[in-house]
Design a protein around this ligand. Sequence first.
Ligand SMILES: [Zn+2]
Length: 548
Amino acid sequence: MFKLSFAAALLLSSAPALADALVDNVNGITMDKDGRVIRFNGLLLSPDGKVTALLSASDKRPAKLDWRADMKGRVLLPGFIDAHGHVLDLGFRASALDLSETNSLADAQAKIRAYAAANPDRAWIVGGGWNQERWKLGRFPTAADLDAAVSDRPVWLSRADGHASWGNSAALKAAGVTARSVSPPGGRIEKVGGQPSGVFVDAAEALVSKAVPTPLPKERDAAFIQAQRLLLSNGVTAAADMGTTVDDWLTYRRMGDQRALRVRIISYAAGVEPALQVGGAGPTPWLYADKLRMVGVKLYADGALGSRGAWLKAPYADAPGQVGAGFMTDTQLQNRMSRAAMDGWQVAVHAIGDRADAQVLDAIEQMAETYKGDRRWRVEHAQVADPADLPRFGRHGTIASMQPIHQTSDRTMAEARLGPTRLTGAYAWASMLKNGGKLAFGSDFPVERPDPWAGWAAAFTRADAEGQPFGGWQPQERVSREQAWWAFTGGAAYAGFAERQFGNLQVGQRADFIIVDRDPLLASPTDLRATKVEETWVGGEKMWERGK
Ligand SMILES: [Zn+2]
């Protein structure tokens, strides 16, 4: 019987039989499906780039191989999966004005002036990365501050957290913003003496951004190529794209059709409408050999902590009377979640403040009554949870999609915004696990660099690159090195319904791996942050190499 079907299979296959391939002589490290570390010496691949076996040094190698790569004992790890990023924004930000390294307003003004001079043909100067906290300005910057740098054309710059933008007078004029303009629901026009000051928070950003010329398809493609190179060079082989527009999707499809898609994208539509336009009856299939799939819908329950847009149960410690704002009523949120879930879309909701967290957890409880089965409801960020709500993350298979690096970047800001009593539920990774919640880690690029090494180190130290604060901030919320690694690999794949396709080099998964210059399980936190990726392979193909 076996022989017969084997012969039949041979007769049916028209192409010459391809043999397996072997990535050999590696110091291979990964985790099994239960999160236990396993070490191996060779990686056997099928012709279509899937893992067929992990080999030890003494295991016999197949006699017939299609190709063999000798890695000369170097360290091989599964590629990282960034569970929350913004792919095209990363590319656009790479060529835009970048203020993320500026330390004062004057410093930023000089950089803006120089960028405008170097880009005389750009009708609008766009960019971002500013942070008035880092500048120690004690207030938001103003349009006049920006006019002092560039006044001959519009300038429009997003804040480091992506939840506020700053324009000059030309930008406000081009957008038709005046003293009579009204803050929309879920947003705030900052005002000084009754006049728009130049800063627009959350939903109010659209008042000006609608006037910014939209990028052409070729500019989108160029941005994608930049983003892809950045991801691969950091060892990221797959990323969840949190807020894919129809134009973004078309860019990914163009790249796939041109065989230029090297990184894997787990796409979450920017709201229900683009999901229905792209997927129609439900999530798309995996396309381009598991490189691209639209699986879910991304919604926003609130804004961010830095701009005081995060929705809190009690007022901000540094702004009495302000609690931020919810973007939707309970009913609106549940209607949207329901509209997505009824067609089988996964739902991922951005929630940063404890009030927003509670709103989303309430909605998940409601949804779970109607939409049974494996739904993997995602809470994006879950940054400030009321300790009383933490156990609720363990119900209904909820996933906490968190960004360890935010904790080290936001530490002093979070202390100011929240005061001492609310810090116990902030960036509470260990509590999420303890309560049965599932963790997925990412960077929220381009809010932070797409650097999983820094995120990994932050996750088990709760300390920044300088080792501050000594012993870690709220160190009870550290997770182990292995738990953090899992959240950046298998956990992030699971969070995107992708664990059958890729994740941690299990047999049957795509062979997505990186070659690095050190053993991350033995490195000190400082050494781990300094890890150099030498090669990045996706689906058994070398997609990036240092210096090439
Ligand atoms: Zn984000």
